[in-house]
Ligand binder design. Sequence first.
Ligand SMILES: Cc1cc2nc3c(=O)[nH]c(=O)nc-3n(C[C@H](O)[C@H](O)[C@H](O)COP(=O)(O)OP(=O)(O)OC[C@H]3O[C@@H](n4cnc5c(N)ncnc54)[C@H](O)[C@@H]3O)c2cc1C
Length: 467
Amino acid sequence: MADIAVIGGGAAGAAAFGELLAQYDAGTVHWIVGQQAPGRGVAYATGDDRHLLNVRASGMGVFHEHAEDFIQHASRQLGQVKGTDFLPRRLFGDFIQAQVGARIDAARRAGRSFRIHPGSAREVLARAEGGYAVRVGADRWLDVSRVVLAIGALSQRPLRTVSTTALAGGAYELDPWRLDRHPKPPRRIVVIGTGLTAVDTLLSAAVRWPHAELIAVSRHGLWPFTHSALPLAPYARQEELNQALLGSCGPAQMLRHVRRAMADAPETDWRSLVDGMRPINALLWQGMSHARRRQFLRHARWIWEAARHRMAPASGEAIHQWQEEGRLQVLASRVLDVDGTSPLQLTLRERATQLVTTIEADLVIQATGLDTAVAYGAHELLAQLLRDGLAVADPLQLGVSAQADGQLVDARGAPLPGLYAIGSLLRGNLWECTAMPEIRAAAHRLAVQLATAGRAGGPRESASEGS
Ligand SMILES: Cc1cc2nc3c(=O)[nH]c(=O)nc-3n(C[C@H](O)[C@H](O)[C@H](O)COP(=O)(O)OP(=O)(O)OC[C@H]3O[C@@H](n4cnc5c(N)ncnc54)[C@H](O)[C@@H]3O)c2cc1C
């Protein structure tokens, strides 16, 4: 039995499934896609064309091959687009579905075996004779030799400071993509968070409720920086900088290297330096001790996220214009408490002055970004995997413990044969692994690895494979 199950119907699952369809011929490839339309996941299910990709069109793709295909696909819908454009995410969702459809057609022609299963994977059990039994929905079982977990980030949990009264009242929205659940126009909306998800939430809310007052609150009150309209020249001494960063002993020294490089090359845009670090980000993270990683998360994560995951220029213009017009206010404050029903009362402590104030809002939307704290989430499958020792939570709650190739490890650090993850679950191991450029490269590598193992004849790899 050399079948494979890919679990998760988002972009990462689509990339893994499509790559396996092209490369894996040792058994059936199953794709368990969850409840939504396969291929789109959280990021590309939006129907709001104000929600833009935060990567230029030329950098977006699903599979390793056909790098230019997204630009051609988008041009057919929008007229001529340029590789430097930041396009609507909806278009990329359409593109993923078309690309997977093409892979399915090719797989049929080649006589490859595959199945697509609507519904959720609810259990993955290790079988005594090797391989796994995967339960889909209530009672459908699949016997496979390998499993690829592509389940994305967890659904947002409410902040600890939100009372049960506030949660029950209906004016606290935990899903920033479900503004449609609020038919009554709110007079004042508070969005908790100032990251990319918060930006999209505000872009939708401002149009949906044109008379609403908008407030965004986060600890530092910092928006993601914007991309430049056109690609920037690379930093001439990036290689040298990257070597120095790789030789550093922690985030503080890394920051000194970056600052020095910026001072030495004042003509270079700092964004080039950050982008030029992309190939070594995982290595930098892996080179840090647990204590250094913790230090980075506590002191530098907020600024790293804003600098590394930047927003499209058009999104930035809208946000900054509303701020200038006074329609949108940004508060650098900690949310101490959210209580009441209608309106909700938010108690905030301002970062600069430590002053505590209370404000009211008709609608509060939590947009605090990726949640990868698997030990605390309510994900049924992950909870079972943790319980059975088939997954171990990353010590910093950044997904699960895994090797560099995505193979999960048990509590002793020993690889779990045939059990892999891709995407957000691997943040603890790779840190930067959630954007499409990284996901498509990882999906390709994994498919090559599994196809090679499949061709070698063994239904299961040894426990040390991929180490
Ligand atoms: C709002 C937003 C915008 C983004 N914009 C960009 C961008 O412009 N460019 C870029 O490169 N990256 C972007 N990203 C990063 C993004 O994370 C990746 O591009 C990619 O969409 C991640 O896909 P995923 O499949 O890992 O996760 P998800 O999109 O979360 O998909 C996971 C899927 O698995 C399903 N699932 C969960 N559990 C199970 C189960 N037990 N059984 C079956 N199915 C299950 C879920 O329902 C979900 O559909 C963005 C992310 C977000 C959230």
